[in-house]
Every structure is written in C-alpha cells, then in structure tokens.
Design a protein around this ligand. Structure first.
Ligand code: AHR
Length: 344
C-alpha cells in the first residue's frame, strides 16, 4: 500500500471540495491501524442504508429490495436518499453514523469522494458493506477498512456489450457512447470494458484486445444515467454525427432516451441504428421485443437478500472474499419475450 499516494489523493479530494475536508491524514492512519469493527450475533439489526438517489427504475428497485428484505427479516433500516448529489450522500453517511446503526450498507455514488466516508464509519466502530458500487482502494480497502464489496463486474458488462455489438454489426459501426455519471464506478468500468474491445487495449504492457478495424467511436459523452439526459445528449450528438450507425449506452434509461431522440429525428432504431445497453429493466426488455433495442446486459439491482446474508456471515465469523461477484444474465431477441414485465 502506497500510503504517500493515498495521502496525496485525500488532499486532492479535499482541495476539490469533495467532502474529504473532515478527514485528516491522522484519522486515515488511525483507521488503517484498526481491525475491521466487529458485528455481534443478534436476533435483529439496525442497518444504515444511504442510497444515491431515486431517479431511475434501477435505483428504485435496489431500494425496494433492501426495504423488502429488511422488513422480511425484522431489521430496522435507517434509509437516506442523496438525490444524486455526492456531497449530500457524504453528509447522509455522516448523519447515519451519528445514529449508531449496527452496520452501514450502501452504494457509493462516486468511487473517490465516498472512500473517506468508509473510513469515518470504521473509525466510529461501524462495519461497512458496499453494494453495487465500490470505492477507490488506494483510500479504503475491502477486508481492512470495510467488510466486502458486493456487485457486478462492470468491466465485463462493457465487454459483453461490445462483443454483442461487434457480432450484430459484422464489425462495422460508427458508434455514439452514452456514459453514466462521471466519477461513478460503473461509468468508468463500463467504458473501459467496451472501449478496450472496440479500440484495442493493453494491461501492464500486454495487449488484451486488438482494435476492430471497422468499429469507430464517434463521440462519448455522459448522459448521467437518466432517460432525459440520454435523450438530450443523443439529440445534440446526432446533429454533429448524422452518420452514426450504433449506440452503446451505459444503462437502459439512456438507451431508451436515445431511442426517443433517434425516432424524433426520423431514424429507425434497431434498423439503421443498432443499440446495446446495460441493466435489464422492464422498458428495455419491451424495447427488445419491439425491435428497437438490440440487447441489454443485466446488472442486477436486487441486493437485499445477498447483502443481509453476507452481513450474517460476517457476524458468524465466516471468511469473506474482498469482492462478492454478482452474476448477470443477458437479454436479446432470443429470450426477451419470456421476461416482459418480470423485471422492474
Ligand atoms: O450502479 C449501477 C448503475 O447505476 C445502473 O446501471 C444504473 O441504472 C444506475 O443508476
């Protein structure tokens, strides 16, 4: 662990006003020196859950999964909603820590700014499980500062989307990429996985993928994981790049927004522009059946059961991996009909 690098990183965050101001390097060092906070075996638990927002069906499904599972088990959930504001989520975590839950389980909106919040919980003696999104490991490490990260392999999701698109277009496409929230784990990783397969890439000097000669990324811009911004960004990019033949959206909501923009411009999504995205929500499954969306890589929001099972394993003293990988399915025209209305 490069402690000097981590300290610099924290100072950078503080300078950016990203909420790390309350966290001194001394606090970081004290947190490092401690074991993970214990979780006693009990009949019931009070669980802090700090959601990033409620601005799309995926987020609502994740929150519902946590609420339903807590109710089923008779646990108390202290829930907050940051309205997609990173500074608010940092404040929410601090306020939940002050309410002394037995454990904090949450998805950090951005991987850098929320990492110090994990250390604050540890310093307060409250164990943390991260779900859905992870934090930067040069600041907070699973197994040392928090119990574990439970979530999908976002890089692999991006690769699977690229593989499908290469196949569906015969390796010839001019692509617009709609990115998720800047600084969010899934936006960074889904871009990396997709772009590497399309443009070629290397890992520690060794090529991991060769570029696909006929595939070109015309533009890549954030649509903030929302339908509305996906539509607006697509409208603008469509004017600059009318020769687009494919869209890769980091989530279904932006893909559905892009479909609306394409139709408004007289284009035929699914025919002259091929779309692929990630999540597996109901509207996307329907769009596949309707022939407008080509495919979507699942990213499951149903964290309640796995999060609380993992919590109990920790309370029982079981060994846990640093990353509990969520395995995702894939939906395209071969299977979408059987999932219509069955998702979220
Ligand atoms: O972190 C998971 C992503 O966040 C989902 O793909 C997206 O829809 C959500 O906002």
């Amino acid at each position: 662990m490069d402690r000097e690098l981590s300290r610099r990183h924290l100072l950078k965050l503080a300078a950016a006003g990203a909420g790390a101001a309350a966290l001194s390097p001394r606090l970081v060092q004290r947190a490092w020196a401690q074991e993970l906070p214990p979780l006693p075996k009990k009949d019931t638990y009070t669980v802090g859950f700090c959601q990033t927002g409620s601005n799309n069906p995926w987020r609502l499904a994740e929150t519902k999964s946590m609420q339903d599972e807590a109710a089923k088990r008779g646990y108390k959930l202290i829930a907050t909603d940051a309205n997609e504001d990173t500074a608010k989520q940092i404040a929410d975590v601090a306020s939940v820590i002050a309410q002394r839950p037995d454990i904090l389980i949450f998805p950090p909106r951005e991987s850098g700014p929320l990492a110090p919040s994990v250390l604050q919980a540890k310093q307060a003696g409250i164990p943390v499980i991260l779900i859905d999104r992870d934090v930067e490991h040069d600041v907070a490490m699973p197994g040392r500062d928090y119990i574990t990260f439970i979530g999908s392999d976002f890089v692999d999701q991006g690769r699977r989307a690229a593989e499908w698109l290469i196949g569906a277009t015969g390796g010839n496409a001019r692509i617009i990429e709609l990115e998720g929230t800047t600084g969010a784990d899934p936006a960074i990783d889904r871009k990396q996985g997709f772009d590497e397969l399309i443009l070629g890439g290397s890992f520690k000097g060794t090529p991991v993928a060769t570029p696909v000669a006929g595939m070109q990324i015309l533009a890549s811009q954030t649509g903030n994981f929302t339908r509305n911004e996906g539509r607006q960004v697509m409208e603008t990019l469509l004017q600059a790049h009318p020769d687009v033949t494919a869209v890769y959206a980091h989530n279904d909501e932006m893909a559905i927004g892009a479909i609306a923009a394409l139709e408004a411009a007289g284009r035929k999504p699914g025919q002259d522009v091929i779309l692929v995205s990630i999540d597996g929500e109901n509207d996307a499954i329907q769009a596949i059946v309707d022939g407008k969306l080509g495919a979507t890589v699942e990213s499951s929001p149903f964290f309640g059961p796995i999060a609380f099972d993992t919590m109990l394993k920790y309370a029982n003293g079981e060994d846990l991996p640093d990353w509990v990988v969520v395995v995702d399915r894939f939906f395209d025209k071969s299977n979408a009909a059987e999932f219509v209305g069955k998702q979220y």
